[in-house]
Design a protein around this ligand. Structure first.
Ligand code: T4K
Length: 394
Protein backbone atom coordinates (compact mmCIF):
# COMPACT_ATOMS: atom_id res chain seq x y z
CA UNK A 1 0.00 0.00 0.00
CA UNK A 2 1.00 3.64 -0.24
CA UNK A 3 1.28 3.69 3.54
CA UNK A 4 3.67 0.76 3.68
CA UNK A 5 5.71 2.36 0.90
CA UNK A 6 6.02 5.50 3.00
CA UNK A 7 6.79 3.63 6.21
CA UNK A 8 9.24 1.26 4.58
CA UNK A 9 11.72 4.11 4.38
CA UNK A 10 12.02 4.16 8.21
CA UNK A 11 13.07 1.42 10.63
CA UNK A 12 10.35 -0.87 12.01
CA UNK A 13 8.08 0.84 14.51
CA UNK A 14 9.96 4.11 14.27
CA UNK A 15 8.01 7.24 13.48
CA UNK A 16 8.22 8.83 10.04
CA UNK A 17 10.61 11.49 11.40
CA UNK A 18 13.30 11.19 14.06
CA UNK A 19 12.80 14.82 15.10
CA UNK A 20 9.58 16.67 15.86
CA UNK A 21 8.28 18.96 13.12
CA UNK A 22 6.27 21.84 14.56
CA UNK A 23 3.75 24.34 13.28
CA UNK A 24 5.30 27.61 14.35
CA UNK A 25 8.94 26.46 14.45
CA UNK A 26 10.89 29.72 14.02
CA UNK A 27 12.75 30.11 10.72
CA UNK A 28 15.87 32.16 11.41
CA UNK A 29 18.52 34.03 9.44
CA UNK A 30 22.04 32.56 9.87
CA UNK A 31 23.29 32.90 13.47
CA UNK A 32 26.34 34.95 12.40
CA UNK A 33 24.12 37.66 10.89
CA UNK A 34 21.95 37.79 14.02
CA UNK A 35 25.01 37.92 16.28
CA UNK A 36 26.50 40.79 14.25
CA UNK A 37 23.39 42.97 14.47
CA UNK A 38 22.94 42.26 18.18
CA UNK A 39 26.62 43.04 18.77
CA UNK A 40 26.05 46.37 17.04
CA UNK A 41 23.29 47.21 19.52
CA UNK A 42 25.51 46.16 22.42
CA UNK A 43 28.36 48.31 21.12
CA UNK A 44 26.08 51.33 20.78
CA UNK A 45 24.60 50.74 24.24
CA UNK A 46 21.28 51.78 22.73
CA UNK A 47 19.00 48.91 23.66
CA UNK A 48 15.40 50.16 23.47
CA UNK A 49 13.26 53.35 23.29
CA UNK A 50 13.07 54.02 19.57
CA UNK A 51 16.59 52.85 18.79
CA UNK A 52 18.20 52.86 15.35
CA UNK A 53 17.37 49.22 14.56
CA UNK A 54 13.70 49.74 15.45
CA UNK A 55 13.65 52.80 13.20
CA UNK A 56 15.30 50.85 10.38
CA UNK A 57 12.77 48.02 10.74
CA UNK A 58 9.90 50.52 10.65
CA UNK A 59 11.31 52.21 7.53
CA UNK A 60 11.89 48.99 5.65
CA UNK A 61 8.50 47.52 6.55
CA UNK A 62 6.66 50.75 5.65
CA UNK A 63 8.35 50.57 2.26
CA UNK A 64 7.58 46.93 1.60
CA UNK A 65 3.97 47.32 2.82
CA UNK A 66 3.55 50.51 0.77
CA UNK A 67 2.03 52.37 3.71
CA UNK A 68 2.99 55.83 5.05
CA UNK A 69 3.28 54.87 8.73
CA UNK A 70 4.66 51.74 10.34
CA UNK A 71 5.10 51.74 14.12
CA UNK A 72 6.90 48.85 15.80
CA UNK A 73 5.50 47.50 19.07
CA UNK A 74 6.45 44.67 21.39
CA UNK A 75 3.68 42.30 20.27
CA UNK A 76 0.51 42.34 18.18
CA UNK A 77 -1.83 41.99 21.17
CA UNK A 78 -0.58 45.26 22.66
CA UNK A 79 -0.58 46.64 19.11
CA UNK A 80 -4.32 45.96 18.84
CA UNK A 81 -4.89 47.49 22.27
CA UNK A 82 -2.96 50.63 21.39
CA UNK A 83 -4.81 50.94 18.06
CA UNK A 84 -8.22 50.55 19.73
CA UNK A 85 -7.25 53.06 22.42
CA UNK A 86 -5.77 55.59 19.98
CA UNK A 87 -9.05 55.47 18.05
CA UNK A 88 -10.95 55.98 21.32
CA UNK A 89 -13.18 53.00 20.57
CA UNK A 90 -16.04 52.57 23.04
CA UNK A 91 -18.71 49.94 23.61
CA UNK A 92 -18.92 46.84 21.45
CA UNK A 93 -16.37 45.52 19.00
CA UNK A 94 -17.59 43.17 16.26
CA UNK A 95 -15.00 40.49 15.59
CA UNK A 96 -14.75 36.91 14.33
CA UNK A 97 -14.98 34.04 16.81
CA UNK A 98 -12.64 32.04 14.58
CA UNK A 99 -9.31 33.65 15.46
CA UNK A 100 -6.57 33.47 18.07
CA UNK A 101 -7.92 34.37 21.49
CA UNK A 102 -5.55 37.38 21.60
CA UNK A 103 -7.76 39.22 19.09
CA UNK A 104 -10.76 39.10 21.44
CA UNK A 105 -8.75 39.57 24.63
CA UNK A 106 -7.24 42.81 23.29
CA UNK A 107 -10.73 44.36 23.22
CA UNK A 108 -11.85 42.76 26.49
CA UNK A 109 -8.67 43.93 28.27
CA UNK A 110 -9.61 47.52 27.46
CA UNK A 111 -13.07 47.10 28.97
CA UNK A 112 -14.72 46.87 25.54
CA UNK A 113 -17.25 44.15 24.74
CA UNK A 114 -16.26 41.67 22.05
CA UNK A 115 -19.32 40.64 20.00
CA UNK A 116 -18.57 37.44 18.15
CA UNK A 117 -19.59 37.08 14.52
CA UNK A 118 -19.31 34.12 12.19
CA UNK A 119 -16.74 33.79 9.42
CA UNK A 120 -17.08 32.94 5.73
CA UNK A 121 -16.28 29.54 4.34
CA UNK A 122 -14.56 31.20 1.37
CA UNK A 123 -11.70 32.87 3.28
CA UNK A 124 -12.25 32.00 6.97
CA UNK A 125 -12.52 35.76 7.62
CA UNK A 126 -15.25 37.87 9.22
CA UNK A 127 -18.59 37.52 7.41
CA UNK A 128 -19.84 41.00 6.38
CA UNK A 129 -23.45 39.79 6.35
CA UNK A 130 -23.20 38.65 9.95
CA UNK A 131 -21.54 41.96 10.83
CA UNK A 132 -24.51 43.81 9.30
CA UNK A 133 -26.89 41.68 11.38
CA UNK A 134 -25.11 42.38 14.67
CA UNK A 135 -24.24 46.04 14.24
CA UNK A 136 -26.10 48.40 16.62
CA UNK A 137 -25.65 51.98 17.89
CA UNK A 138 -23.45 50.43 20.61
CA UNK A 139 -20.93 49.17 18.04
CA UNK A 140 -17.68 51.10 18.38
CA UNK A 141 -15.51 49.30 15.83
CA UNK A 142 -15.14 46.33 13.52
CA UNK A 143 -12.06 44.19 14.14
CA UNK A 144 -11.47 41.74 11.27
CA UNK A 145 -8.67 39.22 10.76
CA UNK A 146 -6.74 38.22 7.64
CA UNK A 147 -6.67 34.61 8.79
CA UNK A 148 -3.72 32.54 7.56
CA UNK A 149 -2.67 35.66 5.59
CA UNK A 150 -5.66 35.50 3.24
CA UNK A 151 -7.38 38.85 2.96
CA UNK A 152 -10.73 39.05 4.71
CA UNK A 153 -13.65 40.75 2.90
CA UNK A 154 -11.92 44.14 3.13
CA UNK A 155 -13.96 46.01 0.50
CA UNK A 156 -17.33 44.99 2.02
CA UNK A 157 -16.11 45.64 5.59
CA UNK A 158 -14.65 49.03 4.66
CA UNK A 159 -18.01 49.98 3.15
CA UNK A 160 -19.92 48.93 6.29
CA UNK A 161 -17.49 50.78 8.56
CA UNK A 162 -17.74 53.92 6.43
CA UNK A 163 -21.54 53.79 6.36
CA UNK A 164 -21.70 53.52 10.15
CA UNK A 165 -18.90 55.99 10.82
CA UNK A 166 -16.83 53.50 12.81
CA UNK A 167 -13.22 52.38 12.37
CA UNK A 168 -12.19 49.11 10.74
CA UNK A 169 -9.21 47.59 12.53
CA UNK A 170 -7.52 44.74 10.69
CA UNK A 171 -5.68 42.04 12.60
CA UNK A 172 -2.93 41.28 10.11
CA UNK A 173 -1.00 39.07 12.56
CA UNK A 174 -0.61 36.38 9.85
CA UNK A 175 -0.36 38.67 6.85
CA UNK A 176 3.29 39.64 6.33
CA UNK A 177 4.18 38.76 2.75
CA UNK A 178 0.54 38.51 1.70
CA UNK A 179 -1.34 40.69 -0.74
CA UNK A 180 -4.78 41.65 -1.93
CA UNK A 181 -5.96 43.62 -4.97
CA UNK A 182 -2.40 43.77 -6.27
CA UNK A 183 -0.92 45.39 -3.15
CA UNK A 184 0.56 44.11 0.08
CA UNK A 185 -1.88 43.91 2.98
CA UNK A 186 -1.12 46.62 5.54
CA UNK A 187 -2.80 49.71 4.13
CA UNK A 188 -6.46 48.72 4.29
CA UNK A 189 -9.14 49.74 6.80
CA UNK A 190 -8.31 52.41 9.37
CA UNK A 191 -5.30 50.60 10.77
CA UNK A 192 -3.66 47.17 10.49
CA UNK A 193 -1.66 45.23 13.07
CA UNK A 194 0.99 42.60 12.21
CA UNK A 195 2.58 40.09 14.57
CA UNK A 196 6.32 39.43 14.49
CA UNK A 197 6.09 36.68 17.11
CA UNK A 198 8.65 33.87 16.91
CA UNK A 199 6.01 31.54 15.42
CA UNK A 200 5.20 33.94 12.57
CA UNK A 201 6.61 34.07 9.04
CA UNK A 202 8.66 37.17 9.75
CA UNK A 203 9.78 36.93 13.36
CA UNK A 204 11.43 39.36 15.75
CA UNK A 205 11.22 36.97 18.75
CA UNK A 206 8.29 39.01 20.09
CA UNK A 207 7.03 42.00 18.17
CA UNK A 208 4.36 43.70 16.14
CA UNK A 209 3.82 46.46 13.61
CA UNK A 210 0.97 48.95 13.44
CA UNK A 211 0.40 50.38 9.97
CA UNK A 212 -1.84 53.22 8.85
CA UNK A 213 -2.16 55.96 6.27
CA UNK A 214 -3.70 58.34 8.85
CA UNK A 215 -1.05 60.89 9.96
CA UNK A 216 -2.83 62.01 13.13
CA UNK A 217 -3.58 58.43 14.19
CA UNK A 218 0.04 57.42 13.63
CA UNK A 219 1.17 60.28 15.84
CA UNK A 220 -1.20 59.23 18.63
CA UNK A 221 -0.10 55.60 18.37
CA UNK A 222 3.57 56.64 18.65
CA UNK A 223 2.74 58.66 21.74
CA UNK A 224 0.68 55.92 23.39
CA UNK A 225 3.39 53.34 22.69
CA UNK A 226 5.67 55.39 24.95
CA UNK A 227 3.53 56.31 27.99
CA UNK A 228 2.06 59.34 26.16
CA UNK A 229 5.44 61.08 26.41
CA UNK A 230 6.35 63.19 23.35
CA UNK A 231 9.69 64.33 24.80
CA UNK A 232 11.56 65.04 27.99
CA UNK A 233 9.39 66.54 30.76
CA UNK A 234 6.14 66.31 28.77
CA UNK A 235 3.13 63.98 29.02
CA UNK A 236 0.36 64.49 26.46
CA UNK A 237 -2.03 61.59 27.12
CA UNK A 238 -2.37 58.26 28.83
CA UNK A 239 -0.09 55.67 27.29
CA UNK A 240 1.48 52.32 27.93
CA UNK A 241 4.81 50.65 27.34
CA UNK A 242 4.48 48.94 23.95
CA UNK A 243 8.01 49.64 22.71
CA UNK A 244 10.04 47.15 20.73
CA UNK A 245 13.60 46.59 21.93
CA UNK A 246 16.74 46.59 19.76
CA UNK A 247 17.43 42.85 20.03
CA UNK A 248 13.99 42.11 18.65
CA UNK A 249 14.50 44.62 15.86
CA UNK A 250 17.91 43.08 15.10
CA UNK A 251 16.33 39.64 14.68
CA UNK A 252 13.46 41.12 12.66
CA UNK A 253 15.85 42.89 10.28
CA UNK A 254 18.01 39.80 9.77
CA UNK A 255 14.94 37.68 9.06
CA UNK A 256 13.59 40.37 6.73
CA UNK A 257 16.78 40.00 4.65
CA UNK A 258 15.80 36.37 4.03
CA UNK A 259 12.03 36.70 3.99
CA UNK A 260 11.56 36.42 0.22
CA UNK A 261 13.57 33.19 0.19
CA UNK A 262 11.50 31.84 3.09
CA UNK A 263 8.22 32.54 1.26
CA UNK A 264 9.61 30.82 -1.84
CA UNK A 265 10.59 27.81 0.29
CA UNK A 266 7.09 27.70 1.82
CA UNK A 267 5.55 27.83 -1.65
CA UNK A 268 7.62 24.74 -2.56
CA UNK A 269 6.44 23.02 0.65
CA UNK A 270 2.84 23.82 -0.21
CA UNK A 271 3.28 22.37 -3.70
CA UNK A 272 4.93 19.24 -2.27
CA UNK A 273 2.09 18.70 0.22
CA UNK A 274 -0.42 19.21 -2.61
CA UNK A 275 1.41 16.69 -4.75
CA UNK A 276 1.51 14.12 -1.94
CA UNK A 277 -2.21 14.60 -1.29
CA UNK A 278 -3.24 14.62 -4.94
CA UNK A 279 -6.35 12.61 -5.75
CA UNK A 280 -7.27 11.91 -2.13
CA UNK A 281 -10.97 12.50 -1.59
CA UNK A 282 -12.25 14.08 1.62
CA UNK A 283 -9.50 16.66 1.98
CA UNK A 284 -9.16 20.29 0.95
CA UNK A 285 -5.78 22.00 1.03
CA UNK A 286 -6.29 25.73 1.41
CA UNK A 287 -5.22 27.75 -1.64
CA UNK A 288 -4.32 31.45 -1.61
CA UNK A 289 -6.31 34.08 -3.44
CA UNK A 290 -5.37 33.72 -7.12
CA UNK A 291 -2.72 36.11 -8.40
CA UNK A 292 -1.89 37.61 -4.99
CA UNK A 293 1.33 37.48 -3.01
CA UNK A 294 1.25 34.86 -0.27
CA UNK A 295 3.71 33.75 2.41
CA UNK A 296 2.41 30.15 2.66
CA UNK A 297 3.41 30.32 6.30
CA UNK A 298 0.17 28.68 7.38
CA UNK A 299 -0.51 25.56 5.35
CA UNK A 300 -4.07 24.63 6.21
CA UNK A 301 -5.82 21.34 5.53
CA UNK A 302 -9.55 20.81 5.90
CA UNK A 303 -10.81 17.32 6.64
CA UNK A 304 -14.24 17.15 5.02
CA UNK A 305 -17.22 15.23 6.44
CA UNK A 306 -16.97 12.57 3.72
CA UNK A 307 -13.40 11.69 4.76
CA UNK A 308 -13.16 8.23 6.33
CA UNK A 309 -11.19 9.67 9.30
CA UNK A 310 -12.11 12.69 11.35
CA UNK A 311 -9.69 15.56 11.92
CA UNK A 312 -8.77 14.60 15.48
CA UNK A 313 -7.90 11.04 14.55
CA UNK A 314 -5.72 12.25 11.70
CA UNK A 315 -3.99 14.65 14.11
CA UNK A 316 -3.23 11.74 16.48
CA UNK A 317 -1.81 9.64 13.64
CA UNK A 318 0.41 12.50 12.45
CA UNK A 319 1.65 13.38 15.92
CA UNK A 320 2.63 9.72 16.42
CA UNK A 321 4.87 10.21 13.37
CA UNK A 322 6.48 13.28 15.01
CA UNK A 323 4.52 15.65 12.79
CA UNK A 324 3.15 18.01 15.42
CA UNK A 325 0.23 19.43 13.46
CA UNK A 326 -1.99 22.00 15.18
CA UNK A 327 -5.73 22.61 15.41
CA UNK A 328 -5.92 26.38 15.20
CA UNK A 329 -8.35 27.73 16.30
CA UNK A 330 -10.13 25.24 18.49
CA UNK A 331 -12.43 26.01 20.17
CA UNK A 332 -13.72 29.29 18.76
CA UNK A 333 -13.10 32.31 21.00
CA UNK A 334 -16.78 32.35 22.02
CA UNK A 335 -16.23 29.02 23.80
CA UNK A 336 -13.33 30.34 25.90
CA UNK A 337 -13.57 32.29 29.15
CA UNK A 338 -14.69 34.85 30.03
CA UNK A 339 -16.90 34.83 26.94
CA UNK A 340 -18.72 31.51 27.24
CA UNK A 341 -19.99 32.40 30.72
CA UNK A 342 -21.61 35.62 29.62
CA UNK A 343 -25.40 35.85 30.06
CA UNK A 344 -27.20 33.99 27.28
CA UNK A 345 -24.22 31.71 26.64
CA UNK A 346 -22.12 31.58 23.48
CA UNK A 347 -23.77 32.53 20.18
CA UNK A 348 -24.43 29.87 17.56
CA UNK A 349 -21.81 30.33 14.84
CA UNK A 350 -22.06 27.39 12.44
CA UNK A 351 -19.10 28.10 10.16
CA UNK A 352 -16.78 28.85 13.08
CA UNK A 353 -17.85 25.68 14.86
CA UNK A 354 -17.40 23.58 11.74
CA UNK A 355 -13.98 25.00 10.89
CA UNK A 356 -12.75 24.58 14.45
CA UNK A 357 -13.62 20.87 14.13
CA UNK A 358 -12.23 20.28 10.66
CA UNK A 359 -9.01 22.28 10.09
CA UNK A 360 -5.44 21.39 10.85
CA UNK A 361 -2.17 23.18 10.07
CA UNK A 362 0.89 21.47 8.64
CA UNK A 363 4.52 22.33 9.45
CA UNK A 364 6.14 25.00 7.28
CA UNK A 365 9.42 26.90 7.24
CA UNK A 366 13.09 25.97 7.06
CA UNK A 367 12.76 23.03 9.47
CA UNK A 368 11.68 20.73 6.64
CA UNK A 369 12.39 20.10 2.98
CA UNK A 370 9.85 19.80 0.16
CA UNK A 371 10.73 16.09 -0.03
CA UNK A 372 9.72 15.72 3.62
CA UNK A 373 6.50 17.66 3.05
CA UNK A 374 5.75 15.27 0.20
CA UNK A 375 6.27 12.30 2.54
CA UNK A 376 3.84 13.82 5.03
CA UNK A 377 1.33 14.36 2.23
CA UNK A 378 1.68 10.73 1.14
CA UNK A 379 1.33 9.54 4.72
CA UNK A 380 -1.93 11.50 5.11
CA UNK A 381 -3.13 10.12 1.78
CA UNK A 382 -2.43 6.59 2.97
CA UNK A 383 -4.33 7.22 6.23
CA UNK A 384 -7.37 8.35 4.29
CA UNK A 385 -7.22 5.65 1.67
CA UNK A 386 -6.98 2.81 4.15
CA UNK A 387 -8.37 4.05 7.46
CA UNK A 388 -9.29 0.62 8.77
CA UNK A 389 -6.03 -1.09 7.91
CA UNK A 390 -3.28 -0.86 10.42
CA UNK A 391 -3.62 2.61 11.87
CA UNK A 392 -4.16 2.67 15.57
CA UNK A 393 -4.76 5.81 17.50
CA UNK A 394 -1.86 6.52 19.86
N1 T4K B 1 -4.05 37.81 16.16
C1 T4K B 1 -3.89 36.59 15.60
C2 T4K B 1 -4.80 36.18 14.50
C3 T4K B 1 -2.88 35.74 16.06
O1 T4K B 1 -2.73 34.50 15.53
C4 T4K B 1 -2.03 36.17 17.09
C5 T4K B 1 -0.98 35.31 17.59
C6 T4K B 1 -2.22 37.47 17.63
C7 T4K B 1 -3.25 38.24 17.13
C8 T4K B 1 -1.36 38.02 18.70
O2 T4K B 1 -0.01 38.17 18.26
P1 T4K B 1 1.18 38.33 19.36
O3 T4K B 1 0.66 39.16 20.50
O4 T4K B 1 1.57 36.93 19.79
O5 T4K B 1 2.27 39.03 18.59
C9 T4K B 1 1.12 30.97 19.11
C10 T4K B 1 1.73 32.34 19.27
O6 T4K B 1 2.21 32.56 20.60
C11 T4K B 1 0.83 33.45 18.86
O7 T4K B 1 1.67 34.56 18.59
C12 T4K B 1 0.07 33.11 17.61
N2 T4K B 1 -0.90 34.11 17.24
C13 T4K B 1 -0.64 31.79 17.74
C14 T4K B 1 -1.38 31.42 16.48
O8 T4K B 1 0.33 30.81 17.99
P2 T4K B 1 0.55 29.07 20.80
O9 T4K B 1 0.03 29.08 22.18
O10 T4K B 1 -0.07 28.14 19.83
O11 T4K B 1 2.15 28.89 20.77
P3 T4K B 1 3.04 27.64 21.17
O12 T4K B 1 3.86 28.02 22.36
O13 T4K B 1 2.20 26.41 21.26
O14 T4K B 1 4.01 27.55 19.92
C15 T4K B 1 3.63 26.93 18.71
C16 T4K B 1 4.69 25.91 18.31
O15 T4K B 1 5.84 26.57 17.86
C17 T4K B 1 5.13 24.98 19.40
O16 T4K B 1 4.49 23.74 19.24
C18 T4K B 1 6.62 24.82 19.22
C19 T4K B 1 7.02 25.90 18.28
N3 T4K B 1 7.94 26.90 18.84
C20 T4K B 1 7.42 27.99 19.49
C21 T4K B 1 8.25 28.95 19.99
C22 T4K B 1 7.69 30.15 20.72
C23 T4K B 1 9.30 26.73 18.71
O17 T4K B 1 9.73 25.73 18.13
N4 T4K B 1 10.14 27.70 19.19
C24 T4K B 1 9.67 28.81 19.83
O18 T4K B 1 10.47 29.69 20.23
O19 T4K B 1 0.42 30.58 20.26
Amino acid sequence: SAESAVLSSVPDGAPLFDRVLYVGRPSMAPDAEVHARIQGALDRRWLTNDGPLVQELERRCAERLQVPHCIAVNNATLGLEVALRALDVQGEVLLPAFTFIGTAHAAQWLGLTPVFCDVRDADHGLDPEDVERRITPATGAILAVHLWGRACAVEALEAIARRHGIPLILDAAHAMGCGHAGRPLGSRGTVEVFSLHATKGLNALEGGLITTADDALAERIRLMRNFGIPGEDLVDCVGTNAKMNEFSAAVGLCNLDHFEALCAHNLRLHAAYADGLAGVPGLRLMVPEAGQAFSHHYIVLEVLPQAPLDRDRLVSLLRAQNVYVRRYFRPGCHHGEPYRSRPGGPPVLPVTDRLSRSLLQLPSGLQLTPEEAHRIGRFIASCLRAPAQGHTSP
